[in-house]
Design a protein around this ligand. Structure first.
Ligand code: ZN
Length: 155
């Protein structure tokens, strides 16, 4: 188990476009495992590779249903709309209201570079959109409606 340092908004790496993965390597498998460890350690539901400083198109998501690894994800269909609070491990302690599709279909590769399609609704759809934007160097704050709010953590 290895927790990596989550980069905080203002770090240049979060504004960079990540590169496609062409081949799975032991090093990238380790990265995926570490991303899950890091996400769970921070109580997050999603993490993109550039949030731990690696410019590769890799996303991990777990909204409480199943852990998902999305390599080279491409959103191929969206439908509906949801508006609600959203946060990011790269902006700890703050959240904002963001409107997202309520349904997303994403094409990606798994850890064996086999292509698959994942459909998500609600929180999973929100997480897929949020994480895919990270890979293109964008943060959710660009889409926040109104002010950012402080989040109270219960320890
Ligand atoms: Zn984020």
């Amino acid at each position: 188990m290895a927790i990596r340092k989550v980069r905080i908004m203002g770090d240049e790496v979060l504004t960079k476009v990540c590169r496609e993965v062409t081949e799975m390597t032991p090093r990238l498998r380790q990265l995926v495992n570490d991303m899950f460890d890091t996400m769970y350690d921070s109580m997050g539901v999603g993490l993109a590779a550039n949030q731990v400083g690696i410019l590769r198109r890799i996303v991990v998501i777990d909204c409480g249903d199943d852990p998902h690894v999305l390599i080279n994800p491409v959103i191929i269909e969206t439908a509906g709309e949801q508006t609600g609070p959203e946060g990011c491990l790269s902006l700890p302690g703050q959240s904002g209201i963001v409107t997202r599709p309520d349904y997303v279909k994403v094409k990606a590769c798994d850890e064996d570079m086999e292509e698959f399609v994942l459909e998500g609704e609600g929180l999973l759809a929100r997480a897929i959109c949020h994480e895919c934007e990270h890979l293109d160097g964008h943060m959710f704050v660009e889409k926040v409606e109104g002010p950012l709010e402080d989040v109270d953590y219960e320890e």
